[in-house]
Design a protein around this ligand. Structure first.
Ligand code: AVJ
Length: 320
């Protein structure tokens, strides 16, 4: 294995705890309570998300994996060998090897804010691809990341699978796309997964599965607040809600109070009326055109597009 030591980029435990507290206290003070979706992914949340990807109702992972495993020759022809693949978020254990096998890169740089998950997936990758230099970087990729010197002179391919871009509203998404461009530099390319608009019933089932795994994933956020921020949220009085917002083409997840409740977080008091919600996630869905428009607004020119056999999900290759 050639996995190098982690470079710590201003995301020490205290920094993360402070950012989490700030986001939660601010979000719970808004008229529509909200907590950013990035805080789902503590260890428990990351494992629950892995469980979600195996649910029968949750099609995005299967659809994207299908594209990656069947279109390897086209990726290689269009992208070429010898790039440094920079993955934004390193959670996926299945998709990354498919891409690396297809395009034979010169190096792999996983970026993730969660150090333990990053180390585990970087080690697994390094073991699977002996001879491939793996340089994990623990960093918040919402800000420009200084890439390791070892890949400074290699052309970059950014890889952002899973339609994670859909978790952001357009302003944040364009900011991130521009930040990625700054991180990757001139001549870079981006391979990005973007989930497609479809029957709302299919979408709502994907985010409210029969086994209740997505509900546990959503509720884990309240439990995490209790664990890490001295919270007293009565989690049993919250229920998981997933609904399609047609105006904004997105699935919204909320935690809805089933009765009037009051609780504390980090010494601050909050209350919720019966029926009131905490908005915990947006998952935007795209058309071919809205996907292209978002990429263009973020400084990327779409060059190629793939969908799975059922037309559920898209992967887009764009140039800086
Ligand atoms: C992390 C963006 C891939 O929005 O589909 C899955 C997160 N939330 N089920 C998504 C998620 C609820 C997921 N992504």
């Amino acid at each position: 294995p050639t996995s190098k030591g982690l470079s710590l980029v201003e995301t020490d435990e205290n920094g993360i705890a402070t950012a989490f507290r700030g986001d939660v206290l601010q979000g719970l003070s808004e008229p529509q309570k909200a907590v950013p979706a990035r805080w789902f992914y503590d260890d428990a949340g990351s494992e629950l998300f892995e469980d979600i990807t195996r649910l029968p109702e949750y099609y995005p992972t299967r659809a994207e994996t299908e594209i990656l495993s069947t279109r390897g020759d086209e990726f290689r022809a269009l992208i070429g060998e010898g790039r440094a693949v920079v993955e934004f978020g390193s959670g996926s254990s299945v998709k990354t090897p498919l891409l690396l096998e297809a395009i034979a890169p010169a190096a792999y740089v996983p970026l993730d804010i969660a150090g333990d998950f990053l180390r585990a997936s970087a080690d697994a990758l390094a073991a699977k691809f002996p001879g491939l230099p793996v340089h994990p970087v623990e960093a918040d990729f919402m800000r420009k990341v200084e890439l390791p010197d070892a890949v400074a002179n290699l052309p970059k391919l950014g890889f952002f699978p899973g339609s994670t871009i859909g978790n952001m509203v357009a302003r944040t998404a364009t900011d991130l796309l521009r930040t990625m461009r700054a991180t990757l530099g001139e001549g870079s390319r981006l391979l990005i997964g973007m989930d497609l608009i479809k029957d709302p019933a299919v979408l709502e089932a994907a985010y409210d599965d029969a086994q209740g795994v997505t509900a546990r994933f959503n509720l884990n956020l309240a439990e995490r607040i209790n664990r890490e921020l001295d919270g007293t949220i009565p989690v049993e009085a919250l229920r998981h809600v997933a609904r399609w917002n047609d105006d904004f083409a997105r699935i919204e997840m909320h935690l809805q109070a089933t009765r009037a409740i009051a609780f504390e977080v980090a010494g601050h008091r909050f209350s919720m009326a019966a029926g009131e919600t905490i908005h915990t996630e947006n998952s935007h869905k795209f058309s071919r055109r809205s996907a292209n428009l978002l990429l263009l607004a973020g400084g990327w020119t779409p060059r190629a597009r793939w969908t799975d056999g059922e037309g559920l999900f898209s992967l887009i290759l764009a140039d800086a």
